[in-house]
Design a protein around this ligand. Structure first.
Ligand SMILES: [Fe+2]
Length: 335
């Protein structure tokens, strides 16, 4: 098993690379660090590569990179992958910052690039856009959520933070509540990409900036219940859902096994668990109910590889359940 430390960058294909470079630099506030006709590398202002754009037919997240401990021997990492029955290939010049990586495909068809060392990008003195701290997490839709969760835990070393019922999994590889999400749907596709910002005032600044550029929020500001992050969502020019978030639950100590205490947690202590299907998506903020993941009422309960069985329905969920409206029954939820 590997010990993934963090997500590196996500590679997105786009039919209009110029439009996406403009969006990621002027709106998101990433730095364009390298580009040619068909490819562009974008990094946070702190100098960490976050997004790679590649010219393609449709907007897809084809590749995802992960970092293992600096100084790790990639040959030894390849042996561990082989032991897990996975063939990997060593490749060079992944990006300007990543010289070497082990490349393989995960069970849903995403190319994974595992690297141990990288170089920070040159300083960019242009301050513009939202300027997130980092590439925070990526959510995929796929048919076999249990299978992909098992792979990420058993092979890559992720831990399950939470499940919503048996169809939406939140996995961590660091203290952050989730770095990858998997949501059940018939076909495999990107669900959303999220960037972490510093705090609530950065969320407010992002709302103003998006409005000034005539980009409508599609959801938020909200505080989620699962993960407890404050979040806003919008569509980028390719139609991919982009989230800016702050205040996500943190697991400071894996041995202690609970997320850091907060006044808004439903359980005390808040441990990884299976949340009931009826759990509301957010604690506060607008409750939009249109969702791309299909009808949640259609799934059948199954034995999920979850960390713990559901302990009890959270108090808010019970209250909401009592007041359940026909509107919430009629439309699927997002998360
Ligand atoms: Fe998210």
């Amino acid at each position: 098993m590997l010990e993934i430390k963090r997500a590196g960058h996500s590679t997105l294909t786009t039919p209009d690379i110029e439009r996406m470079i403009d969006y990621f630099t002027r709106i998101v506030g990433l730095s364009l660090t390298a580009r040619d006709k068909n490819r562009a590398i974008l990094a946070t202002k702190s100098g960490v590569e976050a997004i790679v754009l590649e010219k393609g037919g449709a907007a897809e997240a084809t590749r995802l990179s992960f970092q293992v401990a600096p100084g790790s021997d990639l040959g030894e990492v390849a042996s561990r992958l082989k032991k897990a029955g996975l063939k990997s290939e060593r490749q060079s010049d992944i990006t300007p910052g990543i010289g070497e990586a082990l490349v393989f495909t995960d069970p849903k068809g995403t190319t994974i690039e595992v690297f141990s060392d990288f170089t920070f990008t040159p300083e960019d003195h242009n301050f513009n856009g939202v300027m997130p701290l980092k590439f925070g997490h990526i959510a995929y839709q796929c048919p076999d959520v249990q299978g992909i969760v098992k792979f990420y835990c058993d092979v890559l070393g992720f831990r399950v933070s939470d499940w919503r019922s048996d169809f939406f999994a939140f996995l961590r590889c660091s203290r952050d509540h989730h770095t990858v999400n998997f949501l059940r749907n018939d076909k495999t596709a990107i669900h959303h990409i999220a960037f972490e910002v510093r705090d609530w005032s950065d969320i407010k600044r992002a709302c103003d900036l998006l409005a000034r550029n005539n980009i409508k929020l599609t959801w938020g500001p909200i505080r989620h219940i699962i993960g407890h992050n404050i979040a806003i969502y919008h569509h980028n020019p390719d139609g991919v859902v982009i989230e800016f978030f702050c205040d996500m639950d943190q697991m400071f100590d894996e041995q202690l096994g609970f997320f850091e205490p907060r006044p808004w947690h439903q359980d005390r202590p808040q441990r990884p668990k299976v949340w009931g299907d009826e759990t509301p998506s957010n604690w506060w903020g607008p409750m939009s109910r249109s969702a791309p993941h299909g009808d949640p009422g259609a799934h059948k309960p199954a034995a999920a590889p979850a960390p713990k069985p559901a302990e009890r329905a959270p108090a808010l969920a019970r209250k909401r359940e009592e007041k359940k409206t026909t509107r919430s029954k009629a439309k699927p939820r997002r998360r």
